[in-house]
Ligand binder design. Structure first.
Ligand code: PMP
Length: 424
């Protein structure tokens, strides 16, 4: 499928060196060497529009972050067993973005480690183990998170202490969804209890990204959190995907008017530099902190803290959450207009620049257009627009551009998708 001799050699070399567990995007893999804003460039100098990368959320290679990393790396990089001011400045700036109830922040290097730490703390606090997640959730790569990440498939079994509930899908969820979501969570914790497993936490991505992007109606998460708390569990908001302005507000949970007990974060936190962590109500840390000595070699190091601090400055100075809200609304309106002409688009939904567009073969039956969606994603890639798909039928276009996306770039995305749908 159009691979050059050099690309073919590289694919072969990857398989030989990295083994069989790695996957590439697209039938025709992309070899990227440089990025700037929402643009990416391949080894031959071709330009791509990035509508998928939610790590370099400020824009690729943002100069302010690059400069902050380089400056700190050129001075010293240590860890949290020495006094250093930058991690404190960063903790202060980060906590200022949260409700006052979240008074402590702890640093890790990956979202997985943040979720793993959150679960350890939640277990210590509640004395329980029972976890409720959504049926296509992804929460991380460690053994403890793989067993509560049903999106990894049947080859990765769920833990006995884990129950997956249907996501709050207003399009397919049937009568009463997403209001029914809270009742399902209550029932799941009750069922765990009947099996002798005490409730520990409700852990959800506040935009349900891997389940298929379910933002509406804003507010349903507050009832879900209430259901968890009534059962004696904590509400952990996984903001690894929605956090740092993507939804048009700083945090995804804010749209729902709810205050989580713990918030985990990662991906865009360092705009590409591995920075992650959690924010938490201080009283929840008492039992864990009393018995556990927490040291993460790289978590909260001065270079990472400098990167994280620079990210917060750019988000504020360039008003990126506001841009995500405005350009996201424009993009969603463009998709809705496309849906009038292309019956394959069954539903469009999103908040800010976290958008899902669901492809169906028949609007009445809502049959997932799985094969067509794969063709659309690959056809967009051939036209140098990068996105991917998710959901149980792999039929939901997942659109997550950098937050600096311009209206013109949003229009380019819509125009290219229109072209692809006309020939798909
Ligand atoms: N939670 C969510 C919602 C994620 O999407 C991811 C990564 N895709 C993680 C946690 C894990 O983060 P990391 O890959 O940094 O460990």
């Amino acid at each position: 499928t159009g691979l050059s001799a050099q690309e073919r050699a590289m694919v072969e070399r990857r398989q030989r060196l990295l083994g069989p567990a790695y996957r590439l995007f697209y039938e025709h893999p992309v070899h990227l060497v440089r990025g700037e804003g929402a643009w990416l460039f391949d080894a031959e100098g071709n330009r791509y529009l990035d509508c998928y990368n939610n790590v370099a959320s400020l824009g690729h290679a943002h100069p302010h972050v690059v400069e902050a990393i380089a400056r700190q790396a050129g001075r010293i990089n240590t860890h949290t067993r020495y006094l250093h001011e930058t991690v404190l400045d960063y903790a202060e700036a980060l906590l200022a973005t949260f409700p006052a109830s979240l008074g402590h922040v702890m640093f890790t290097c990956t979202g997985s480690e943040a979720n793993d730490l959150a679960l350890r703390i939640a277990r210590a606090h509640t004395g329980g183990e029972g976890i409720v997640v959504t049926s296509l959730a992804y929460h991380g790569v460690t053994a403890s998170l793989a067993e509560l990440s049903p999106s990894l498939g049947e080859g990765v079994p769920l833990g006995r202490h884990v129950t997956a509930v249907a996501p709050p899908d207003a399009y397919r969820g049937g009568p009463g969804m997403p209001a029914r979501f809270a009742a399902d969570i209550a029932a799941a914790f009750a069922d765990l209890r009947r099996h002798g497993i005490r409730p520990c936490a409700l852990l959800v991505d506040t935009m349900f990204t891997s389940d298929g992007v379910f933002p509406d109606p804003a507010g349903f998460l507050a009832q879900a959190a209430e259901a968890a708390r009534s059962a004696g569990a904590l509400f952990i908001a996984d903001e690894v995907q929605p956090g740092f302005g993507r939804t048009g507000t700083m945090w995804g949970f804010q749209r729902h008017g709810v205050e989580p007990d713990i918030v985990t974060m990662g991906k865009p936190m360092g705009n590409g530099h591995p920075v992650a962590g959690l924010a938490i109500r201080p009283e929840l840390l008492e039992r864990f902190g009393g018995s556990v000595r927490y040291f993460n070699t790289f978590g909260g190091n001065p270079v990472s803290a400098a990167a994280g601090l620079a990210v917060l400055q750019v988000l504020r100075d360039e008003r990126l959450p506001e841009n995500a809200a405005a350009v996201g609304a424009h993009l969603l309106a463009g998709l809705a207009a496309l849906a009038e002409r292309h019956p394959i688009i069954g539903d469009v939904r999103g908040a800010g620049l976290s958008i899902g567009a669901e492809m169906v073969t028949d609007r009445a039956t809502r049959e997932p257009a799985t094969a067509e969606t794969a063709r659309i994603v690959n056809a967009l890639r051939e036209r140098r627009v990068l996105i991917s798909a998710s959901g149980p039928g792999a039929n939901i276009l997942k659109i997550r551009p950098p937050l600096c996306l311009s209206r013109e770039q949003a229009d380019l995305f819509i125009g290219t998708l229109d072209e692809v749908l006309r020939v798909a």
